[in-house]
Ligand binder design. Structure first.
Ligand SMILES: C[S@@+](CC[C@H](N)C(=O)[O-])C[C@H]1O[C@@H](n2cnc3c(N)ncnc32)[C@H](O)[C@@H]1O
Length: 243
């Protein structure tokens, strides 16, 4: 449920906003009040091309952080569920709800523990700025395929310094990527496209800039990929004999 309630005063909103230790998203949380975030997500929002009424569509926002994308989706009528392994008040999400007067479905969960049966299927899954934080990228894509019935919108750190004609991901030890201990991998473009293919997604649009990549992908029926993932994550007994 994400219905708007009564308006909050600028004074109360400012006090709430200033009580958040760190804002990631910099955005106008109410007219005239901009969060002191370290990252302006507007350019990425434009790349998603979600610009019309999406009433009735189910959207899953994985790694929602302070909720900029969750809020934009709700403003366009989407039925959005946010997921993050930080609690609502572990970042600005809870305050975003209080200031905007909205209340969102929120899964306080690690992506690897998502209860895909209970959550059901979503028309669109946002997976923005999360992939490189995950030790097991294929397992994450397997989870995403289980909850996505339509479109996956992905954004990630990517490596443009590696060979681009072979699917490669660079592993980052410790905090060697941007001094952040939560970073693990930086795949090149082809690696993202190929991993998505095996996981059951076809990339229909993509863009690489600096060390980032955006991709729009549609669910596909890839029997080989389905078998490969099923064997890897335990739902299918492999008939392949090795050795
Ligand atoms: C770099 S921020 C991206 C925020 C937002 N999606 C964006 O693109 O601006 C990564 C977010 O993913 C969350 N996150 C990282 N690893 C996660 C995991 N394994 N399960 C759930 N959330 C995770 C973090 O808490 C954080 O809010």
């Amino acid at each position: 449920m994400n219905t708007a309630k009564e308006a909050i005063s600028m004074e109360n909103a400012t006090a709430l906003m200033n009580g958040v230790r760190h804002w990631h998203h910099r955005f106008e949380i109410m007219p005239g009040l901009v969060t002191p975030g370290s990252y302006d997500p507007q350019n990425l929002w434009n790349k998603l091309r979600i610009d019309s009424d999406i009433t009735g569509q189910r959207v899953l926002d994985i790694g929602a952080s302070d909720g900029f994308f969750t809020l934009r989706i709700a403003e366009l009528g989407g039925d959005v569920t946010a997921v993050d392994f930080r609690s609502k008040d572990g970042h600005g999400f809870g305050v975003m709800e209080r200031i905007t007067g909205r209340s969102f479905a929120y899964e306080h969960a690690n992506i690897f523990d998502l209860d895909t049966e209970r959550l059901g299927r979503f028309n669109t899954v946002l997976f923005l700025g999360v992939l490189y934080h995950l030790p097991d990228m294929m397992r994450a894509f397997h989870k995403l395929r289980a909850v996505c019935s339509g479109t996956l919108l992905l954004e990630t750190h990517c490596d443009t310094t590696l060979r681009q004609d072979v699917a490669i991901a660079r592993y980052y030890k410790g905090d060697s990527l941007a001094g952040d201990l939560t970073n693990f991998w930086s795949p090149n473009r082809l690696c993202v496209v190929d991993m998505l293919s095996d996981a059951g997604f076809d990339v229909v649009r993509d863009e690489v800039w600096d060390d980032r990549m955006f991709a729009e992908a549609r669910v596909s029926d890839n029997p080989k990929g389905k078998h490969k993932m099923g064997v890897a994550y335990g739902r299918i007994q492999s008939k392949i004999v090795t050795g």
